[in-house]
Design a protein around this ligand. Structure first.
Ligand SMILES: *Cc1c(COP(=O)(O)O)cnc(C)c1O
Length: 382
């Protein structure tokens, strides 16, 4: 059986071969294998150097200072650390958090846990374009609001938040701005200072790096205080203990450095792939775009199909690796909470599929995808 055409880059990307090569050099005896916290010997210093060089590569992509980067196991942990760590450390200043209904589960479930802990959460409902507006945010701000958490790019729709404008509202109210940028690195330009971002979650594996590593950007000026969730050896300036996984970190550094170089080419390629895909479906009846194309990244497009059952459609599309929403929900048959939040009706939400492209997607992949879709829709609607 030939392997399916991979159109699920928003769930995870394959590791760029150049990244895999760097990682392999940070594992074995002939490479950089020591504990980066070992200060008493040369192998330890080399590992520390590798970690610090990767820290600079990650910082460079977002125009941050390397000292503002805290390594984590991924964006899920970064989101947990940002929300819980910040709310707990600053509870004396207020107990109110503002977020949206279309955040990733890593933010949604953390905010729910904070509610259970006694914090107060406002859940904003975005518009049909998948975005919360600055005016809407302004109306939600209160005297006791200390944190706002909104994602840069939505993982199911591809919609891009107007971060700079939202940050102005947050700061005018004296609060701190956290951004989940797991889907944004390498896809849109990110500058934490120009955009007024105070805390930002990142993941390696959505940007051609390995799974299991990520980072939290924590602004130093003005100093943002967060409480650690993981206690131990006091690594990462006490914010996140645990021996640093040198190979994972070196891989993330390389992936982010490649992302900086490739961002324009990746974007152009994404636009071409999306256009080719939509052109290939132009003749199909009853295809609706859940993604607001003009305000979204080109690599993610969410489509709804009339007169078919979502599950049957997915079954008929076994030659394509795609998803009906975020991968984290794929075990349940409930419609995507993101589509629900932007007002998509239940039937249409259940018959929606997310197609996501990337650096290694070819025109042949796209042509296979549109042909498979045309065939499946024809067969199922008979
Ligand atoms: C994938 C993703 C996460 C989780 O990242 P992990 O590194 O897999 O933990 C968080 N937020 C968004 C928007 C994502 O797409």
């Amino acid at each position: 059986m030939t392997s399916p055409v991979y159109l699920d880059y928003a769930a995870t990307t394959p590791v760029d071969p150049r990244v895999a090569e760097v990682m392999a050099r940070h594992l074995t005896l002939d490479g950089v294998y020591a504990n980066p916290a070992s200060r008493s010997h040369m192998p330890g210093w080399l590992a520390e150097q590798a970690v610090e060089s990767a820290r600079r590569q990650v910082a460079d992509l977002i125009a941050a200072d390397p000292r503002e980067i805290v390594w984590t196991s991924g964006a899920t942990e970064a989101d947990n650390l940002a929300l819980t760590g910040f709310m707990r450390a600053n509870r004396a200043r207020g107990r109110h958090l503002v977020t949206s209904r279309i955040e990733h589960k890593a933010v949604v479930d953390t905010a729910l846990a904070l509610e259970a802990e006694g914090f107060d959460v406002t859940w904003l409902t975005p518009g049909a374009d998948g975005r919360v507006t600055p005016t809407q945010l302004n109306d939600a701000m209160r005297e006791d609001t200390i944190l706002v958490s909104l994602m840069a790019v939505n993982n199911e729709l591809g919609s891009i938040h107007e971060l700079a404008a939202l940050a102005e509202v947050v700061h005018a109210a004296g609060a701190v701005f956290h951004v989940d940028a797991a889907q944004a690195t390498g896809k849109i330009a990110l500058d934490v200072n120009a955009m007024g971002i105070d805390l930002m979650s990142m993941s390696a594996h959505k940007t051609y790096g390995p799974k299991g590593v990520g980072a939290l950007y924590v602004r130093r000026s003005p100093d943002i205080r967060i409480e650690a969730l993981i206690h131990g050896g006091g690594h990462e300036r006490g914010m996140r203990s645990g021996t640093l996984p040198t190979h994972q970190i070196a891989g993330m550094g390389e992936a982010f450095s490649l992302a900086a170089d490739a961002q324009e080419a990746d974007h152009t390629h994404g636009l071409a792939m999306r256009q080719r895909f939509l052109d290939g479906l132009a003749a199909c009846e009853g295809v609706h775009c859940n993604t607001a194309l003009d305000v979204s990244v080109p690599m993610i497009v969410n489509l709804a199909f009339d007169d078919v059952d979502g599950e049957s459609l997915l079954m008929a599309l076994r030659a394509l690796a795609v998803s009906t929403g975020s991968a984290c929900n794929s075990a349940s048959v409930e419609p995507s909470y993101v589509l629900k939040a932007i007002g998509t009706d239940r039937i249409r939400a259940l018959a929606s599929i997310r197609f996501s492209f990337g650096r290694f997607t070819t025109e042949a992949d796209i042509d296979t995808a549109s042909a498979e879709l045309r065939h499946a829709l024809g067969a199922l609607r008979q």
